[in-house]
Design a protein around this ligand. Structure first.
Ligand code: GZL
Ligand code: ZN
Length: 367
């Protein structure tokens, strides 16, 4: 009965919370799939619970009930995020036996914390969190644990004791940063580098990891200088703004590498360099390294505008579903699931660290 009342609450809260955060509409909540036995019949005021027909497309989960999943998503800041969101909505669909409460937390940590509290109050079966920032999670994770709701930390990481969540999954951001640095070492082959870095959102593990990883390799190259490193918040506007200020401060001709911690920032940086008449790409004065390897990012790599693009696979919902299916079946789950990444370079460049782009590689991409 708890679940049935919860489902009705979820239906009410889902609409309200979606409106609150301006998220894309979730599926109509699937109705409870079992007729409650007579002695369990819901009290008169909940008559609707008895009248609702099971949604014909809501295949029951293992125990015949719809599995309710809350997903507190970072926001809608990038093409990567849009692909990640669609992947969760496609995976945790009514026809797959789920009721997904999706909330776009609009890059606001406080909203994300309150969203998770809302999921706890709704007594959802599972909570997925893609943490906007790594810090500040202990209290609400403890509340979810006290409520007996398994929490999956997805995409990014939290700075909290791993006993406070059931499992985590995502990419190795430090490895991604090191991959960018290793490729640059190979590409420059001893030449000097004056580097500008457009970081991702402040406090995000993707930012912290990529910065740490890249700096691990900078430390090995005494003739490399990181002139500056500022946050473009993983957006195109942010990338353009930071690049414009870098150009003003350092001047054309005084930097030869720009590292953008995601593709959308790279698009903004390209706009700023175009406006300043600075050439970039395999035939330009500045080499751009980007992250995400989204479709458009790899098109620019194929075109030789972005020289190196380090992948970060957004199609991660399948890993989350595997964990939930195991938990539904009462099985043990791993504490950490690594989502594999790779890297790509512009045509004409051979690298031990990256795949050389071609139209065939681009056509074969899933996002
Ligand atoms: C990385 C992910 C980052 C992407 C950005 O796993 O968290 O957030 O690199 C996105 O595009 O905004
Ligand atoms: Zn990644």
């Amino acid at each position: 009965m708890k679940k049935k009342i919860a489902l009705l609450l979820v239906a009410a809260m889902t609409v309200s919370s979606l409106v609150a955060c301006g998220s894309s509409a979730a599926e109509e909540p699937a109705a409870a799939t079992e007729e409650a036995p007579a002695e369990d019949a819901a009290p008169a005021e909940d008559a609707s619970a008895e009248e609702e027909e099971p949604a014909e497309d809501a295949a029951p989960a293992a125990d015949g009930e719809v599995v309710t999943v809350g997903f507190a998503q970072v926001g809608h800041e990038s093409d990567w995020r849009a692909a990640n969101t669609k992947n969760y909505q496609d995976t945790f669909s009514a026809e797959n036996g789920y009721e997904l409460s999706f909330v776009d937390c609009d890059n606001d940590h406080a909203v994300q914390i309150e969203t998770v509290r809302g999921f706890i109050e709704q007594e959802l079966d599972y909570i997925c969190i893609a943490p906007i920032q790594s810090a500040g999670w202990d209290t609400v994770l403890q509340e979810a644990q006290d409520a007996g709701i398994p929490v999956l930390i997805v995409d990014r990481a939290v700075d909290a004791d791993e006993s406070l969540y059931t499992t985590a999954l995502g990419c190795d951001m430090i490895a991604e940063g090191e991959a960018a640095g290793n490729w640059l070492t190979e590409y420059l082959d001893g030449a000097d580098a004056n580097i500008l870095v457009i970081e991702g959102s402040v406090g995000a593990s993707a930012t912290l990891g990529r910065t740490e990883g890249f700096n691990n390799i900078v430390a090995k190259n005494s003739n490399w200088t990181v002139l500056d490193s500022q946050s473009g918040d993983f957006t195109q506007a942010g990338g353009q703004e930071v690049m414009e200020s870098f150009i003003k401060t350092y001047g054309a001709g005084n930097f030869n590498v720009v590292v953008c911690q995601n593709d959308n920032e790279a698009y903004g940086a390209m706009d700023a360099m175009d406006a300043a008449g600075i050439t970039y790409g395999v035939d330009g004065d500045v080499q751009i390294i980007s992250f995400d390897a989204t479709h458009d990012g790899l098109q620019y790599t194929l075109d030789g505008k972005i020289t190196c693009n380090v992948e970060c696979n957004p199609l991660q919902a399948g890993f989350a579903e595997q964990v939930i299916k195991k938990l539904e079946a009462g099985e043990e789950v791993d504490k950490w699931t690594l989502v594999e990444d790779s890297a790509f370079v512009a045509p004409g460049i051979e690298s031990q660290y990256a795949t050389t782009m071609s139209q065939e590689v681009l056509d074969g991409r899933a996002y």
